[in-house]
Ligand binder design. Structure first.
Ligand SMILES: NC(=O)c1ccc[n+]([C@@H]2O[C@H](COP(=O)([O-])OP(=O)(O)OC[C@H]3O[C@@H](n4cnc5c(N)ncnc54)[C@H](O)[C@@H]3O)[C@@H](O)[C@H]2O)c1
Length: 269
């Protein structure tokens, strides 16, 4: 169903890798709601070629950028400005931890890997906003979003250093959000349920955890498509005064102590 919520809006969507990606679903929904956008991902991800299908389907251009490289980001934003003039929305849907990938326990963290993952998963959000800020390329009442996870507030051991990266990411949204506020632009993070994607499935024990989160969420886990619907509302003019927030989109998981479903699993035999 389309409501035309983003008619005439232009944006940049970072992080669509394949059909499972949250950013992929956001791009599809933004297109259905009337937005035009550039799709961006790391050059190495573009080599897989899957993004071209999405670009064709949504009438978008693909421009590669390593989100940790100011030089790449400057080229990307220059291209966006040349194409659209000012833009209305940015989605940062980027995350990666080398420690998680290589199965390094948190207590034995490799600090070089930590720095790489931190730069990709958190600092890149600052870099994206900094380049957009310096180029003054956001329209008033524009919206900038990044995706987060509740491990920023609570411990989920296998999430490893991504927990710290997400805490940092959410803090950047608040801190930079203040400066963007002066330009009437909002900045938020959406804290999404565990979702079966390439990044999500890389976390040890993800399958079991998905089931646990489902049982602990009164409305059940939020899917990638439902997350995309929520992002559309946050890019739309219906949420103009929501800023500097970490917004839970998790079926109620974040407010739940325990559910009957989980308690029942401990029934005495
Ligand atoms: N899947 C989940 O369970 C879940 C839950 C909450 C939040 N998130 C967050 O959602 C976001 C999107 O992840 P996803 O689950 O859709 O997985 P995904 O693997 O589809 O997306 C991650 C993206 O980050 C991109 N990326 C990695 N390094 C990059 C770089 N240097 N420059 C530019 N892009 C780079 C990848 O190419 C990929 O497209 C991430 O921030 C993730 O932490 C995911």
């Amino acid at each position: 169903m389309s409501y035309g919520l983003l008619k005439g809006k232009k944006g940049i969507i970072f992080g669509a890798l394949n059909e499972q990606s949250i950013a992929w679903k956001v791009a599809e929904r933004c297109h259905e709601e009337g937005a035009e956008f550039i799709l961006s991902n790391a050059p190495i991800a573009l080599r897989m070629g899957e993004l071209n299908g999405l670009a064709e389907k949504t009438g978008s251009e693909v421009i590669g950028a390593d989100a940790t490289s100011i030089e790449d980001l400057e080229k990307l934003f220059d291209a966006a400005i040349a194409k659209f003039g000012k833009i209305d929305f940015i989605l940062h849907s980027i995350g990666m931890s080398v420690n998680v990938r290589k199965g390094k326990p948190y207590t034995e963290m490799n600090y070089d890997w930590l720095e790489k993952g931190w730069d990709i998963s958190a600092v890149s959000f600052h870099k994206v906003m900094r380049v957009a800020y310096e180029k003054n390329c956001m329209n008033e009442w524009g919206s900038i979003l990044a995706l987060s996870y509740i491990a920023a507030q609570r411990t989920f051991p296998d999430y490893n250093d991504m927990s710290d990266n997400k805490a940092y990411l959410e803090s950047i949204a608040r801190t930079f959000g203040n400066y963007w506020g002066e330009r009437k632009v909002r900045v938020n993070t959406v804290s999404q349920s565990p979702t079966p994607t390439t990044a999500g499935s890389g976390v040890k024990g993800f399958g079991n955890f998905l089931g646990f989160a489902e049982d602990m969420s009164p409305l059940g886990n939020a899917t990638a498509l439902e997350c995309a619907d929520y992002c559309v509302t946050l890019f739309s003019d219906l949420t103009k005064k929501v800023t500097m927030q970490n917004l839970f989109h998790d079926g109620g998981f974040s407010s739940t102590g325990v559910t009957q479903k989980v308690i029942s699993k401990y029934d005495a035999e």
